[in-house]
Design a protein around this ligand. Structure first.
Ligand SMILES: [Fe+2]
Length: 169
């Protein structure tokens, strides 16, 4: 019989806080991918992927920045104990502090799907840089990898429109 895990969310949050890790994958199936995320104080990019996304705030408040069809930025506030549904392909930037924890449920990526991570110039809002990844295993923590590539290369952080350089945190 398949595994049917029962997982205590506060314990997972404690484990993340103590280990310093940002993400713990709870399960990963073709139609259901669940993980607990700890906030990243440096989160600035917008993530674009085809999966619908369910969020539940275990502890703390999330400011879910997003961009609408015209590229205009908005913010949804998701307080502790609240949940949110976000359809696929909405550029989103989940911003919450490192002592806050969110349960996120998506689906696994389909064959050929590519996740995109986009940064915008803090000064003029032009597209600064895009990282792409085939997210075949969420345990590889592609968000951390995308940030490493972005922060390690000053060219990625230099605006082609206005010349502003986005600093490393
Ligand atoms: Fe700029």
């Amino acid at each position: 019989m398949r595994q049917m895990p029962v997982i205590d969310l506060p314990s997972v949050a404690r484990e993340l806080a103590e280990s310093g890790k940002r993400v713990k994958v709870l399960w990963q199936e073709p139609d259901s991918l669940a993980f607990v995320a700890r906030g990243r104080e440096y989160r600035s990019e917008f993530h674009i992927n085809a999966s619908d996304e369910f969020t539940y705030m275990i502890k703390g408040t999330m400011n879910l920045h997003y961009r609408d069809e015209s590229g205009k930025e908005g913010i949804l506030v998701i307080p502790e104990g609240s949940t949110n549904f976000m359809p696929g392909n909405v550029p989103h930037s989940p911003r919450f502090p490192p002592d806050a924890f969110a349960l996120i449920v998506e689906r696994g990526r389909r064959e050929g799907e590519v996740d995109r991570f986009q940064w915008f110039c803090p000064k003029c809002d032009s597209l600064l840089h895009e990282e792409r990844a085939v997210v075949d295993d969420y345990k590889k923590d592609f968000v951390t990898r995308a940030y490493a590539n972005f922060f390690d290369n000053e060219q990625h952080r230099t605006c082609k429109n206005c010349g502003n350089v986005m600093p490393k945190p």
